[in-house]
Design a protein around this ligand. Sequence first.
Ligand SMILES: [Zn+2]
Length: 319
Amino acid sequence: MSSRRLLASLGALALLLAACSPQYPESCPSSKPIGLANAHEIADDDNLPFRFPLGEFANDSTFLCCWFGVSNECTPEIKDCYEYPVLLFHAAEDYWGPAGTPVYAMADGHMSFSGTAGGYGWLILIDHPQTNLYSLYGHLSPSRWRLESGTEVKRGDLIAYLGDSDENGGSKEHPVQTHLHFGIRAGQTADYPLKGEWRFMAGWVRLCPQDLGWLQPSLVITSQEIPAGGYPQPRVAFWTRWGFELLITSILAVGAVGLLINGVRKKHRFLPLFPGICAVAAGIVLHNRMKFTYALIVVGIFILAIGIYCFIRRSVQRG
Ligand SMILES: [Zn+2]
């Protein structure tokens, strides 16, 4: 392909992406936690559908971050803000608590994820099919006991402990104040992709959190009425929700096949090894319980086998 044609294609792709990218808001409705003064009473009442994930709602004067829908811009009210080139909104509520504070499941459910995840330190996600919600518990302790993925939990079960400031997504140089990042979203984790604005692990988002299905946690926790049929998910086009993920996967998959064809044709020694690795990596990285990512891994292993065969044959021929 000539360099002029390549530039024209890249320009067209950039224009297409710009045209498709959503209009990001400059502000979103935000609200401080509501009704948590008697959080411990909600915790103790087994007749209520949900419970507060900590023993009680407390805030220490040095901790003031972040309530639902608030932006990451530094203001006198937000002490734990961080400067970031993109304006983001908080899709959860943060509750202060010392390291080692026990964290409890807000309702019966299935633990779909329990593991380390970027800035969260240890992260836990629980699906609650009976109310069509999932809950997200971030900044937990990787060094203390916690429940494993796949566990069925009951409302109020101990699931993990809050992490120390150097293991909860922070480090010795950049500690993160000990707190629980608690999110609640309509739908189940499998209803959302791993990548992009709609990703199921999102803590800070560029669109208003409620437009992505995130709910204000304290409002849900203190509510006693659950909508019939569970909490409704936001209605958006399939491409809006999954587009970014599908785009990355397609580029990787097409690239893998292209590399393979080129590597086999030009009798390159190492080139045939990369497409398989590329496809397997795409499948693993994008693994989100969508069936096609498993297919991608299988296809990737197949391509990798061809690559290894080519590599061994050419090594023998040359040796
Ligand atoms: Zn947070």
